[in-house]
Design a protein around this ligand. Sequence first.
Ligand SMILES: *Cc1c(COP(=O)(O)O)cnc(C)c1O
Ligand SMILES: [Zn+2]
Length: 410
Amino acid sequence: MKNVKCLKCISCGREYEALPDATTCECGGILDVIYDYDYIRENFTPDDISSSDNYTMWRYRPFLPVEEDTVQPPLRVGWSPLYEEPRMAEKLGIRKFWLKDDGLNPTASLKDRASSMGVAKAIEAGYDTIACSSTGNAASSLAGNAAAAGLKTYIFVPERAPIGKVAQLLIFGATVVSVKGNYEETFELSKAAIDEYGWYNRNAAINCYLMEGKKTVALEIAEQLGWKVPDYVALSVGDGCTIGGVWKGFKDLYNAGFTDKLPKIISVQSVNTCPINRAARTGEPWEPMEENTLADSISVGVPRNPDKAINAIIESGGIPVEVTDDEILEAMRVTGRECGVFGEPAGVTGMAGLSKLCREGKIPADASVVAIVTGNGLKDTANGIKAAGEPIKLEPDIEKFRAVYEELNK
Ligand SMILES: *Cc1c(COP(=O)(O)O)cnc(C)c1O
Ligand SMILES: [Zn+2]
């Protein structure tokens, strides 16, 4: 890989050759992929990328840690729409607002970006089986992307995972273990099984390549804005891999001279489960918390990638903000009604946090902001109904309908 120098431990600084099945540092620290930005700058331009007809995350190969002949996995991941939303901008009281709908990925979440990368690296490394633990979306996206590429999967999910996500896993032919325990216990079981059976590891904090897949959402936002960067990017945070990836993506572009600015990152967690935000705000080491929010994808009490996440908030001059479950349900309604985008609870939590900051006057009126919708609401229809309520129930009788209509339009 000419564009990659090495893998470097974020805890002790030790460097490693970028082997496709690298995991964590000997010290237990998480690795980071270190690029040769001079090489990228000398060999690629923004126009090279903009003129690509590969409308997937793989159009960003100059910024991806893969060999020249690494095969692009089959599912069409990435290049999700960035919708400009002027009515929403007005409501929020900001100059420009865009919604990046990553629920439109093939298995309906941003996790497809990591899974596509994981599958590519597993094949590069010569594995035929890949495994992960997940609150739900990493699992369903791995199962789908691996199925399309002809790999076997072992998946560990906590028993609370919504049925829509479990249905995806089963349809994609994964061996699914529904663990009678919380996410932390699920993660530990998957780790033990992976160690024992030697499968390729798609656990986001352990496999440092996955964040490189996730960062493509940031590369896309910049390209879709004409290689411009918004003032703020808001998203939900669980393990911390996504926010770490978003920050890495914007820094990559900046370091390679593709953009001339960096955004501030708005990290949104639940008031009940916010170990990353709490640490970012206080400067103290993070502490485990209960897993207690209906936004299952970010119900993470023991985050697996806290350091990169906390760094993304602090280094970007960003804002940590916490929201209640009611505010998340409200964001589901608002995003649906104003933008026509149906996000799962964690999918719109970024939006919920942004709304809160705008209400509190913490975002300047001349700001430009992108909120990322990280997952699709059809995965979790029970919470959709909870947010939006029941339909009008009526006999097939026009008289009765007229009465209802008049009541509605009084
Ligand atoms: C995984 C996930 C997140 C959070 O990503 P982390 O890397 O765990 O911080 C947010 N929203 C959705 C829909 C997710 O699936
Ligand atoms: Zn180390």
